[in-house]
Write a protein that binds this ligand. Sequence first.
Ligand code: ZN
Length: 230
Amino acid sequence: MVVSGRGIRSIKRLHSKQLGEIQKLRSRCKKGSRRWRKLGNTRARLTLHHERRVRDLRHKGTRQVVDFCKDRGIEAIFIGNPDGVRRKDSGRHHNQRMSQWEYGKDIDYLQQKSEQDRIVCFTGDERGTSSRCPVCGHRHKLKGRNWRCKACGFEGHRDIVGAVNMHQIAYNQVVPFPKRITYLRPGVLRRSSSPGTGQRCLAELRTQAPQQECLKRVPPWDSPQTANLG
Ligand SMILES: [Zn+2]
């Protein structure tokens, strides 16, 4: 089974972009001005909003993993610790992803939930598990989401390759590569369009030509549509 964390990653990326945008707008305002304060409030609310969404998805994702194990009578879960992956320098874009990757929380949630369901849970180094062929043991860097062995021609999902290799490390036992993969997303990502939430707020801020607004009074702030901005 594979549970994708891409939803969480995209929320975080969106949040970083919005923070940047607010920072840009704010830098054009006079410090302490009405608009400067409003933008600060918006930023705080967006941050809370994103945190709630990420936490919700993290609970749903880890719940799926533990339910999957429980349904199949699995007694122990090994969690690979990706410390090594995060430390290496992998370019500006991927570095941001890595630094926002809170796998410690994933591990915590998994441990708590599996404990409740009486499943043993332990962690260990997962270094090298995604760059080794599960069939012939050949090692090479992988490209893309599919692992293709240069030596024996084996092909499979890279995360399952990692999991099969981790099984060997954790239990000292080789398992065959699974034929069927259950691919799950932790939850549905929604774009919120209700007033007062992230997307809409920023869209409104964008349309209100920012340059002069700090100096002259901003008329639409008190209209009912934007009254809940802060
Ligand atoms: Zn191979």
